[in-house]
Ligand binder design. Structure first.
Ligand code: AKG
Ligand code: FE2
Length: 204
């Protein structure tokens, strides 16, 4: 079988996004979820905001998730394993797409019941170093009735868009071009846990 990393890079090159099921094993997903729950229990999650630097604002009417950033200089063993998986994607994307990706940033995200994130692009308006978004879902089970889909607006010819809804099924990885694919998180009925990361064209 073709390596998932190479196939991710090929899909990013051809269409700008890809959804990969079972990107990680169920054991690894469960361990990451447990780590997230411990961090949450220690009160280390914060209300997420929008914008960068002086533009940063907490706006619950736009996004109502909570996040905990990973520290790339101080990763736990599990976070390091996750980082290494993303590193393999970074290498393949650079080889195939010449995007000059140099670094990565990531946070755990937790959407409490009733929360959402309205339509947006992941590139900031003032600084555009986020080039590729990666989202890995950690919930054990997800039913369509639980809501919380990631809705992507895929650009088509003549300004048209195609809507694609992706459920946050555990172990599923979604990768897309941060500056090109608008997306939103539809209101979730259940606690929704993920790791969101961005491959960047700047050094640490
Ligand atoms: O969790 C998701 O499905 C998307 C999250 C997102 O769009 C973001 O954090 O920028
Ligand atoms: Fe986003």
């Amino acid at each position: 079988m073709e390596s998932p990393y190479k196939s991710i890079a090929e899909n990013i090159y051809e269409k700008g996004y890809v959804v990969v099921d079972d990107f990680i094993s169920d054991d690894f997903r469960e361990e990451l979820l447990q780590e997230q729950q411990e961090i949450l229990a220690h009160g280390q999650f914060r209300h997420a905001g929008i914008g960068k630097g002086n533009e940063f604002q907490i706006k619950p009417e736009i996004r109502s998730d909570k996040v905990c950033w990973m520290d790339h200089l101080n990763l736990t063993p599990l976070q390091n394993h996750y980082w290494n998986e993303i590193e393999k994607i970074r290498e393949k994307i650079n080889q195939r797409c010449f995007l000059g990706l140099r670094s990565f940033e990531a946070h755990f995200a937790m959407y409490p019941p009733g929360s959402f994130y309205l339509r947006h692009l992941d590139q900031f308006q003032n600084v555009k170093y986020r080039v590729v978004t990666t989202i890995l879902y950690l919930n054990q089970k997800w039913e369509p009735g639980d809501g919380g889909a990631l809705r992507m607006y895929l650009p088509k010819c003549e300004g048209q868009e195609e809507i694609m809804d992706v459920f946050p099924k555990g172990g599923r990885l979604v990768v897309f071009l941060s500056g090109e694919i608008p997306h939103e998180v539809l209101p979730t009925l259940k606690e929704r846990v993920s790791i969101t990361g961005w491959l960047r064209d700047i050094e640490y």
